[in-house]
Design a protein around this ligand. Structure first.
Ligand SMILES: [Zn+2]
Length: 430
C-alpha cells in the first residue's frame, strides 16, 4: 500500500488538512482524516508531504495531442483560415510515426502538469493509444471523421476498427469513441451513418459543436440548431461529448436536458481564436457536466490545466460581470470529476474509496503561493503547472520532482523537434 500523509486532501466537497490517502494497486482505498485510516503494515510505502495539496488527476476533456508538433505555427488567425490555410495543409504531411512522436511530446507536458486522463481526437489513433499506454495515463481516443464523400465510408470503418481493437484495452485505460469532427465537416446523412455505427457498438460520440457563433448562424440559416443536429442525426441516442459549445441556440438548453451529454469547455482555445464565451454556468444549471479541455496546442499553445481553470473562471466572471460565477471549488470539480463524467469514466476524478488512483500532489510552499488561506483558491487562482510535484496514474508513480519516470524525456523532445521541423518545412528557433 502507498500512504500519502501530511498533505491537505482536497475533494470538491471536502477538505482534510493533514489527511491521508491510501492507494492499493490501481485504486484509492482510503482518503480522509488520519483517525479513520487503515493501519500501516510492513512493506507499505509512506510518503510524507507536508505543505502540499493532494487532488485528483486532471481530465483534459478535449484535445488533439499530436498537434503539439504544430504549436505556434500559425497564431493570431481566425478559425476557418487557420484550419484551411495553415493546419490542414501541414497535417497532410503528418505520418503515423509523427503522430506517435507528437503525442509523446504532448504527454510529457500533460503528465508534468497533472493530467491523468485525456480525450483525444486525431488520426493514426493506434499510435496515440500506444503513447497513452507508455505515459501511464488513461484516454478516450477518437478517429476524427472528416472528409469528402468518397473517403467517408472508409474513415468511418477506420473509427469502427479502432473501437474493436482498443475499447477497454490496457486494463481499461483506453476507451474509444466515434468522432464525427463537426457539423460543418460532416453532411447530415454522414452524421446519421456515424450514429448508427455508434449505436451498434454502444460507443460514445465525440464531436466539435458550435465552436463559433458563425457556425450556429449557418445552421440557423438551414433551420437547424446545434442540439437539433444531435437529435436529427440520432447521435444523441448515445452519450455525447460536445467540444466547445460556445454558441448554443436558446432552444438548445431544453433539448440538451433530455440527452446524455457532457461538454468539453476549452476556454484558452476559445479566447485565442476569438470564438466567444461558452455559457458554462447555464449548462451546469441545466445539470450538464462541463469538463475542461485544452484543445490542441496548435490553437491553445498550452495543455496546462491550471491555465484552463484560471481562464474558465475569468471568462465566466468577466463575460457575465458576476464574480460569483464558477467559484474555485466548482472549477476544480470541472477540471477533474465533471470532465470524467463527460467522458463516461465513472470511477475517476475524485479522491474517494474505490476510485482510480489518479492523483496529483501540488506543492503549496513556493513564495509565489504565499500565504495560503484557502487551498482550493490557491490551486485555481495562483498555482501553475510548475507547482506539480508528483503524479500517480492508476496507482503508479509517473512523475516526481521534475522527472518523468516511465519515458525518456530528452529523447522525445529531440525527436519531436526534428519531426516538427520536417513537417512544417520551416526552421525551429533554439
Ligand atoms: Zn478541437
Amino acid at each position: 500500500m502507498i500512504r500519502l500523509t501530511g498533505a491537505t486532501l482536497l475533494t470538491p466537497e471536502q477538505e482534510f488538512p493533514q489527511g491521508i490517502l491510501c492507494i492499493e494497486g490501481e485504486r484509492i482505498v482510503y482518503a480522509g482524516s488520519v483517525l479513520g485510516a487503515p493501519p500501516a503494515a510492513p512493506g507499505d510505502e509512506t510518503v510524507d508531504l507536508p505543505g502540499r495539496a493532494i487532488i485528483p488527476g486532471f481530465v483534459n476533456a478535449h484535445t488533439h495531442l499530436a498537434m503539439q508538433l504544430l504549436r505556434g505555427i500559425a497564431d493570431d488567425v481566425p478559425l476557418q483560415p487557420w484550419l484551411t490555410e495553415h493546419i490542414w495543409p501541414v497535417e497532410d504531411r503528418i505520418g503515423e510515426d509523427d503522430v506517435l512522436i507528437g503525442t509523446r511530446l504532448a504527454l510529457l507536458e500533460a503528465v508534468a502538469s497533472g493530467v491523468t486522463a485525456v480525450n483525444d481526437m486525431y488520426m493514426a489513433m493506434d499510435r496515440v493509444a500506444e503513447a497513452i499506454g507508455e505515459a501511464g495515463i488513461r484516454g478516450v481516443i477518437t478517429q476524427g471523421l472528416v472528409g469528402h464523400a468518397d473517403q467517408e465510408r472508409r474513415k468511418l470503418r477506420t473509427g469502427i476498427d479502432l473501437f474493436e481493437r482498443w475499447q477497454g484495452q490496457l486494463g481499461g485505460r483506453i476507451q474509444v469513441a466515434l468522432g464525427p469532427h463537426a457539423p460543418y465537416t460532416c453532411s447530415p446523412s454522414y452524421l446519421k451513418e456515424v450514429a448508427q455505427a455508434a449505436k451498434a457498438l454502444d460507443a460514445r460520440i465525440h464531436i466539435h459543436l458550435a465552436e463559433t457563433h458563425q457556425e450556429t448562424r449557418d445552421l440557423a440559416a438551414e433551420g437547424r440548431t446545434p442540439a437539433h443536429v444531435l437529435l436529427d442525426s440520432r447521435l444523441s441516442e448515445q452519450p455525447v461529448i460536445a467540444a466547445h459549445y460556445v454558441a448554443p441556440a436558446e432552444s438548445d438548453f431544453a433539448l440538451l436536458e433530455g440527452m446524455r451529454i457532457g461538454i468539453a469547455h476549452c476556454p484558452i482555445s476559445n479566447l485565442k481564436l476569438g470564438c466567444g464565451f461558452a455559457p458554462v454556468a447555464r449548462y451546469r444549471a441545466h445539470g450538464i457536466p462541463v469538463g475542461l479541455g485544452s484543445d490542441g496546442a496548435a490553437s491553445a499553445n498550452v495543455l496546462d490545466p491550471f491555465l484552463s481553470m484560471k481562464s474558465a473562471a475569468w471568462i465566466a466572471k468577466g463575460a457575465s460581470q458576476d464574480p460569483t460565477q464558477l467559484p474555485a471549488r466548482t472549477v476544480l470539480r470541472m477540471a477533474t470529476y465533471e470532465g470524467a463524467l463527460a467522458l463516461g469514466l465513472g470511477d475517476v476524478g475524485l479522491l474517494a474509496e474505490g476510485f482510480k488512483a489518479d492523483v496529483v500532489v501540488v506543492d503549496l510552499r513556493s513564495p509565489a503561493m504565499q500565504p495560503v488561506f484557502d487551498v482550493a483558491s490557491a490551486l485555481v487562482y495562483t498555482a501553475t503547472a510548475r507547482d506539480v510535484e508528483r503524479v500517480y496514474g492508476s496507482g503508479r508513480l509517473l512523475y516526481a520532482e521534475g522527472r518523468h519516470l516511465l519515458v525518456d524525456r530528452e529523447q522525445i523532445v529531440r525527436e519531436a523537434r526534428h519531426t516538427a521541423e520536417r513537417i512544417a518545412q520551416r526552421a525551429i528557433y533554439s
